[in-house]
Write a protein that binds this ligand. Structure first.
Ligand SMILES: *Cc1c(COP(=O)(O)O)cnc(C)c1O
Length: 381
């Protein structure tokens, strides 16, 4: 069921993460019927499900080869299962991230049966820790040389103080010298344009010498749920050929939406994608919408309040942006929040300091009239 997201969290995991662009929605609807999923329209022969999208994605990302799977967790499972055998993948304890709903990167990396060789301590990992694991030394390695290095971007938390992490470029050098692949789980995959420049992009990771970058389609890319495996052709090919990849492949509608999303990214300037548009909204425009709503509802002007919105989705920790919203007049915030959720067009707000707040940054301006209707029917407002 569709809902209006007035939480101010743009990539709200519980509300379906990235809202898709109209282009992606149309592409999904088209693909939902018969489509040219596995047929070449020029020769009428059977083709690969991904043949038409692969070169395009490679060109936009700047990668030698790309494989798409169901989500980033699937990308992690596949890459580590294929490249981590027989000796296991090395992962610093400082990067053993829990991504939400108690899913942990180290557990998913090893779910296919490969060993995950933990090295370093929570706050400090040195190059020699990686070297030892590749030599089969250290308590977790147990005499078996590791087969791959895994890097995980600390996408949803930050470490401060007495900390040390080996840089990606240095790790890439070690991987090359030892002829083992370096896999980097970026998580919130971004292509760069239209977002605050504090998150690394897929291409930046590749430029630093990562063999396989893993990224999510529905985080900073603003597309459908998908996992992207981008990088060196020989490693991507091994992932593609591995039987497990059939069990992890995306459906035709996700591929269609991913194509439309990449097409938006390929155009000049900030991508015409709701995520990027919501990030770019200015406060003056948001305030004008809030004032119009308050006026139409007959509320006091003091009900227009400054708020802080966030990108969310386990990306960009601590990175909030000024926003504007409504402070709903009501006696019992939780009861009114429930009434709004149960309306014919559910509205999801947030409660802070006993105030029911609706952030307009995450509300499509075209839904302002629906929001007004929902608020007008609140009995205790
Ligand atoms: C979000 C995230 C994942 C999982 O991605 P999904 O697409 O939700 O499966 C894996 N690793 C990192 C670092 C993440 O941030």
């Amino acid at each position: 069921m569709r809902v209006i997201n007035a939480t101010g969290v743009i990539l709200h995991t519980n509300l379906g993460r990235a809202p898709l662009s109209q282009g992606a929605i149309d592409a999904m609807a088209d693909a939902a019927r018969y489509c040219d999923l596995e047929v070449g329209l020029s020769d009428g022969k059977r083709g690969s499900r991904f043949a038409w999208l692969r070169p395009f994605m490679c060109a936009v990302i700047g990668a030698e080869d790309v494989q798409v799977v169901n989500n980033n967790a699937a990308a992690l499972l596949l890459a580590c299962t294929v490249l981590g055998a027989p000796g296991g993948v090395v992962l610093s304890r400082g990067q053993m991230v829990e991504i939400g709903d108690s899913f942990r990167v180290a557990t998913m990396a090893g779910a296919g049966g490969v060993r995950v060789v933990g090295i370093g301590s929570t706050n400090r990992t040195h190059l020699r820790d990686y070297e030892q694991a590749l030599d089969g030394e250290g308590p977790d390695a147990q005499g078996v040389p590791a087969s791959a290095l895994l890097w995980c971007h600390q996408s949803n938390f930050k470490q401060d103080g007495y900390v040390k992490e080996v840089g990606l470029a240095e790790l890439a050098k070690l991987a090359k010298a030892r002829s083992v692949p370096l896999i980097a789980d970026l998580g919130s995959g971004s292509l760069g344009a239209g977002l605050p420049a504090i998150e690394p992009t897929i291409s930046e990771y590749l430029e630093q010498g990562v063999d396989l970058v893993l990224a999510s389609g529905d985080k900073l890319l603003g597309g459908p749920q998908a996992g992207i495996i981008a990088g060196t052709a020989k490693y991507v090919e091994r992932c593609r050929r591995f039987p497990m990849s059939r069990a992890l492949r995306p459906d035709k509608t996700a591929l269609a939406a991913l194509h439309a999303t990449f097409a938006a990214h390929a155009r000049e300037g900030s991508p015409a994608i709701p995520l990027h548009e919501m990030v770019a909204l200015d406060e003056a425009g948001l305030r004008a919408r809030a004032q119009a709503l308050v006026e139409a509802l007959g509320w006091d002007e003091s009900r227009v309040v400054p708020l802080q919105a966030a990108i969310g989705g386990g990306s960009l920790p601590g990175d909030t942006m000024p926003s504007v919203g409504l402070w709903v007049p009501c006696a019992k915030p939780s009861a009114s929040a429930r009434a709004l959720r149960l309306g014919s067009m559910p509205v999801i707000g947030r409660i802070e300091d006993e105030r029911l707040l609706l952030d307009l940054r995450t509300v499509d301006p075209q839904d302002d009239a629906l929001l007004r209707g929902a608020l007008a029917s609140l009995s205790d407002a």
